[in-house]
Ligand binder design. Structure first.
Ligand code: ADP
Ligand code: ZN
Ligand code: ZN
Length: 815
């Protein structure tokens, strides 16, 4: 009889842990945080994680034996386990969900895993006999399941063999594999340094008087050089019509020379590895942060855009490196593909590892192992929200940049955790410090500085004493009335654009909606084409003459007539980025217009390509959605225009005003960073809106005060906490009866603090009907007790047979 047992977490959404039987030798070998392959149900095999080793026989079932041990030593640390347990409890999700979210999928081999051959693997002599058998099978069959591997090898214990194959890069497990971003090198041409542009032109031309083509090439070069941008070889060829042979001979003569620019590093070429010297304000902020860390675990750095927060971070990073500590630098996902990596790599070189979803599984496994083993390469981790799950062994500092970003909160799938808040807990568990940084702190974090939970440090000046941008509100109601609008542009905005273009400066225009126009509508009967799967009108994309659903990606060709009444007069309503782009192309045919939104950044490096093109000034005017507000640093942008501020402000959400403020201040922050004060023009129908007034004076304090007042009055965070419950099912009446039962049950306990039931703005998505309830938790109400009560109600709900198929989603601190 067995007397040794282990409790394990399975990577499935089940709350409890499971006990398995092990031998005495296994019990002695095993440690918390190691993986074991275990059977589950009739046929399943999972990679489970050991949580406990003991001698208490489970009472309710007979413990099965494990298949085998998968690790030699723990791959998950004790602090990590504590952190996962906190997540599971706080966000009311299964520990198995956290485990599954945390580990790179290669660590989670299970019976359902699909194994594929790595086509580029050729060194078959590296494989053992058993490994070779599997590899060979994959020559005949494109993929294998774990069960098939079991059959091929005629034994159950196959996971370590597959692990080996993965380690040798011979196979991979199915998952979307992304290519890593490879910087693009662009070939440029310039006049050899022996020649000086202005002085020697005449002499040069005389020298070339008998080589007509070369002479033309030099003249063409000067034509392009007039606008002072770097000249691409390609441009000289295509725009001026110089053949590559001619350019080559000029290079051979020593008149031209080729050079390359790595397009994502245009801003940072020539920089050394020395940290920048801080100015007096940064210096002061740095020392205040250090002082504050003496008494606070968490500090908020509220620094205006372009105040040089990043440079302050680097000093703290350096300090931690010097004392041998690991650093976690959290960024919103999207900011990660851009400049910040390059910038920090310039300082810290290969002490940095990057971790985010665009990286391949193998790269993620590598980072995991490097962090776990505290390798020199993994001293600084730059990552998106999921990097809070990494196995830090020696964490000293966490930095959460752009801490207000809502993308730090995960919604789907569970765990629905907030990476910033999880990081605060993680820092505490590691006895580390955490710095939150933003130009527009979330009300929650700022509130925490006011009630003494976090320290607060402010940085109020832009680096180099560049003034904050001049913000101008343009009343477009007035402009429309006076017929001073061209398309969606007011005369004033066009004047500002003209001025910037004349000065060879760049412009960012912000329209928080992609597509051409949100809807097309029949002018006769008013019907707008709807998505068949969701309760929402389709968005018109003119370029492909398509109607698309932004919720489920359904698409169809634009109809020529109304499906309801047959009339052929369909009109567009509202406007999106695509339409703005088209209008601009007509208004400014001689300038390069770019567009950045979900539609243009989809490809592998789509986002990076547009950013690089804008950085190297191939694009004069960039139109984009809120993507454009994310921490980018362009030094030649002098004007930012917001085409219509009202849609954001009127969004039905208690955070709409705060978010509008954040977004507008952040996009404004892209103007005039390097040399001179920038301009921001905000078009609106309602220039007296309090938020717009606050944006125009960058008055965070007033925004904070006013919004806080409203949150208090209407019982919202940061005073009250919110737990949102969502029910989903394809049968409308099921959801209806479920939500009404649930509402009553919750009201019995939480009385007037239950909001709803309500339907979201789009109440059916992918054929699933959606209903919500929100529980508001007053400041003094016990959080743990509240969650316990909710859990109980959920259990009762799910014990009702007709409700069981309904999806029940709990979102704690819903955004
Ligand atoms: P923030 O993160 O606050 O928006 P950044 O750290 O991006 O600001 O700094 C804005 C710009 O000023 C960057 O181009 C940065 O290189 C430059 N800068 C900031 N601090 C310094 C410094 N101490 N020395 C030189 N340049 C600096
Ligand atoms: Zn019609
Ligand atoms: Zn849809």
């Amino acid at each position: 009889m067995n007397t040794y047992f282990i409790d394990v977490i399975l990577p499935i959404p089940i709350q409890k842990t499971f006990s398995y039987a092990v031998t005495k030798a296994e019990a002695e070998f095993l440690q918390k945080g190691m993986r074991v392959a275990v059977p589950f149900g009739k046929t399943k095999i999972y990679s489970a994680l050991v949580l406990d080793i003991h001698q208490n026989q489970p009472e309710l079932y007979e413990a099965k034996e494990i298949h085998q041990i998968l690790d030699e030593k723990p791959i998950v640390t004790e602090v990590q386990l504590q952190n996962w347990q906190w997540i599971s409890k706080y966000y009311m999700c299964a520990l198995g969900d956290v485990y599954r979210a945390a580990l790179p999928s290669a660590f989670l081999l299970e019976s359902e895993t699909v194994v594929l051959k790595n086509e580029s693997f050729v060194t078959e002599e590296m494989l053992t006999d058993e490994e070779f058998l599997i590899f060979e099978a994959l020559q005949h069959q494109s993929q294998l399941t774990i069960h098939q591997v079991v059959d091929i090898l005629g034994k159950k214990k196959v996971l370590p063999i597959i692990n080996e194959l993965i380690g040798k890069n011979a196979v991979y497990v199915q998952e979307e594999i992304y290519e890593q971003y490879k910087p693009k090198m662009v070939k440029y041409v310039r006049l050899h340094s022996a020649y000086n542009l202005d002085k020697d032109l005449q002499g040069l031309l005389e020298q070339l008087s008998r080589a007509k083509k070369q002479r033309e090439a030099v003249l063409g070069y000067f034509q392009l050089a007039a606008n002072k941008k770097p000249i691409k070889v390609k441009d000289l060829e295509n725009n001026i019509g110089v053949s590559s042979a001619v350019i080559k001979s000029l290079v051979e003569k020593g008149i031209f020379e080729f050079y390359e620019i790595q397009t994502d590093r245009v801003n940072y070429k020539g920089e050394t590895n020395v940290l920048k010297e801080l100015n007096e304000f940064q210096e002061k902020a740095l020392s205040e942060i250090k002082t504050s860390f003496e008494t606070n675990e968490a500090v908020l750095l509220h620094g205006v855009t372009s105040s040089g927060k990043t440079e302050v971070y680097t000093k703290l990073i350096e300090d931690n490196l010097n004392s041998g500590k690991q650093i976690l630098f959290l960024l919103p996902e999207i900011a990660l593909t851009t400049q910040i990596i390059t910038r920090l790599q310039n300082y810290f070189g290969n002490q940095i590892s990057v971790f985010h979803s665009k990286y391949s599984m193998n790269e993620r496994v590598e980072v995991w192992n490097n962090v776990l083993n505290n390798k020199p390469k993994a001293q600084i981790i730059l990552g998106a929200r999921s990097s809070v799950f990494l196995p830090f062994s020696n964490l000293g500092l966490i930095i959460v940049d752009e801490e207000h970003e809502t993308s730090y909160k995960q919604f789907e799938p569970s765990p629905r955790y907030h990476a910033r808040d999880t990081a605060v807990v993680l820092a505490h568990q590691h006895k580390a410090k955490i710095l939150l940084g933003s130009a527009t702190p979330s009300l929650e974090s700022y509130f925490n500085t006011q009630n003494g939970k976090y320290g607060l440090v402010e940085l109020k000046r832009r680096y180099g004493n560049v003034q904050l941008p001049k913000i101008e509100l343009i009343d477009i109601k007035e402009k429309y009335r006076k017929k001073k609008m061209k398309g969606h542009f007011s005369d004033r905005l066009l004047t500002l654009i003209d001025e910037s273009l004349e000065n060879k400066e760049q412009i960012i225009l912000f329209q928080n909606r992609r597509g051409f126009s949100p809807v097309i509508e029949c002018t006769t009967c008013g019907v707008a084409p709807q998505c068949p799967n969701c309760d929402v009108s389709l968005t018109y994309h003119k370029y492909r003459s398509e109607l698309k659903c932004h919720y489920c990606n359904y698409q169809r060709a634009k109809p020529n007539s109304c499906s309801a009444c047959g009339s052929s007069t369909l009109d567009t309503k509202g406007f999106g980025t695509e339409q703005i782009e088209l209008e601009l192309k007509e208004l400014y045919p001689d300038h390069a217009i770019g567009r950045m939104d979900l539609d243009t950044t989809r490809g592998k490096h789509g986002y990076q390509k547009i950013i690089s093109a804008f950085e190297s000034q191939e694009i004069d005017i960039l139109v984009g959605t809120q993507m454009l507000s994310k921490g980018l640093d362009f030094n030649n942008v002098s004007l930012v225009g917001i085409l219509n501020a009202d849609t954001m402000l009127n969004f039905p959400d208690f955070r709409a005003h705060e978010r509008s403020y954040d977004m507008m201040v952040q996009v404004s922050g892209r103007a005039g960073r390097a040399q001179k004060q920038g301009n921001v023009a905000i078009q609106t129908f309602n220039p007296y809106h309090q938020i717009l007034q606050q944006v125009s004076t960058t008055n965070y304090a007033e925004m904070y005060k006013e919004q806080l007042q409203e949150r208090w009055q209407y019982h919202y965070p940061p005073y009250y906490r919110l737990i949102k419950i969502t029910l989903k099912h394809k049968d409308f009446t099921k959801v209806e009866s479920g939500i009404h039962w649930l509402a009553k049950a919750l009201q019995n306990v939480f009385a007037e603090n239950v909001l709803g039931p309500t339907a979201p703005v789009v109440s059916r998505v992918r054929n699933q009907y959606i209903k919500n309830l929100t529980i508001k938790i007053p400041p003094k109400q016990n959080l743990a007790a509240t969650k316990k009560q909710l859990d109980k109600i959920k259990t009762t709900f799910q014990s009702v047979k007709e409700f069981r198929p309904i999806r029940f989603i709990i979102d704690v601190d819903a955004q």
